[in-house]
Design a protein around this ligand. Structure first.
Ligand code: G6P
Length: 366
């Protein structure tokens, strides 16, 4: 098949704009509001098997790894199963201990990333059970796994991942809901998550409508040599992916830190020349995040807050405010303005948006 940008300036913005329909397809036929759960037949796990796992280990590279971090958080929150993400590239080289009561999940848009495939093969060699969260049907990783979830996000052409990242996070929300409901997630909470999932596509459309406002901010912030991204707990994987996206497509140096760790080192970098993007979900950590933003402002650092509620202006020069979903699902939405920020920074700097230097869409060699 041949693809074109369908009137968009680049594939990247086309794919960012396609997220409402990509998420609709990821959700399609899988949300069961009546029983407040998710149907994922491809997992090939009955309820007893799904209950038996004591831990979840998620593996992927690049943006797939960061979406896995969002996934680990969703699984811990909704199913209360300890879950961690690790770069597949590191995992495969460290002679990992494979446990019978751990469920392994490999994440890949292309399904062809060699490091992720090698990690899956190593797990299988040692008798572990591994599922795939994959976009490309019939790809090497999909075939190697014992089961999984297809994203159905549609083809992703631009090297930097956007719609696959978001659809992966949504797939993890479905997995977490399913595992939650075979554990202790209440029907009421399950229904709350079902409703939240169904609201995502419309809310993503609302965020995309802010493109012009975000483009203006991006053109300003792109003038700096570097940017700091901070977030706490739910905001932390979002901050990591936001920094990744900015550096990939605009070549502006970006560093992500947990907001709570800033004072243990990187605060020394903060000054007028290094602005910060603060990812601030509307959860019980809002006050803590505002304190961090206040510390940055006190050191004359400029703050761009991405969140749901406008703070006192003393905490942030700039704000991108987006609609609120359920607290567990808000990170999925918070990532989207950061994609637009990276895209428009790259456009302002006249970068090769869809094919950043030195990068490949899928790295199929060691
Ligand atoms: C490459 C791309 C990244 C991507 C990563 C994983 O490094 O440049 O954008 O996130 O591979 O790709 P996958 O297809 O496995 O998700």
């Amino acid at each position: 098949a041949s693809y074109d940008t369908a009137g968009h300036a680049h594939f990247l913005i086309k794919e960012i704009s396609e997220q409402p329909s990509a998420v609709e397809r990821t959700l399609s036929g899988r949300v069961d509001e009546r029983f407040a759960t998710a149907h994922l037949g491809g997992l090939n796990l009955d309820a007893r098997e799904a209950r038996a796992f004591r831990r979840v280990k998620i593996l992927g590279c690049g943006s797939a790894y960061y979406s896995g971090e969002l996934g680990a958080q969703l699984i811990e929150e909704l199913a209360r199963i300890p879950a961690h993400a690790e770069p597949a590239s590191e995992f495969r080289y460290r002679n990992p201990v494979i446990e019978a009561d751990t469920l392994y999940i490999a994440v890949s848009q292309s399904g062809e990333t060699y490091d992720t495939l090698a990690a899956v093969q190593e797990i299988k060699r040692k008798g572990g059970r591994v599922l795939g969260v994959v976009n490309t049907v019939g790809s090497a990783i999909a075939r190697e796994c014992d089961g999984g979830v297809y994203l159905h996000a549609g083809p992703e052409i631009s090297v930097a991942s956007t719609k696959a990242f978001t659809s992966t996070a949504v797939a993890f929300a479905l997995i977490a809901l399913h595992f939650g409901r075979v554990h202790d997630l209440s029907p009421a909470d399950g229904r709350r998550i079902c409703a939240g999932l169904k609201a995502l596509p419309g809310q993503i459309r609302e965020i995309l409508a802010k493109e012009e406002e975000i483009a203006k901010l991006a053109a300003q912030y792109a003038q700096n040599a570097g940017m700091m991204f901070v977030g706490r707990v739910r905001g932390w994987p979002v901050a990591r992916e936001g920094a990744q996206k900015l550096k990939e497509v605009s070549y502006v140096h970006a560093e992500a830190y947990p907001a709570s760790e800033l004072k243990h080192g990187p605060l020394a970098l903060i000054g007028p020349e290094l602005p910060t993007v603060a990812v601030v979900p509307d959860d019980e950590l809002v006050e803590k995040n505002l304190t961090t933003m206040g510390e940055i402002r006190a050191r004359h650092g400029r703050v761009l807050m991405v969140g749901h509620t406008a703070p006192d202006p003393k905490y942030a020069e700039d704000c991108i405010l987006i609609p609120k979903n359920e607290p567990e699902l808000d990170p999925i939405l918070l990532g989207i303005p950061l994609q637009l920020l990276a895209y428009h920074a790259a456009v302002a700097l006249e970068r090769d948006v869809d094919k950043p230097r030195n990068l490949a869409k899928s790295v199929t060699v060691e």
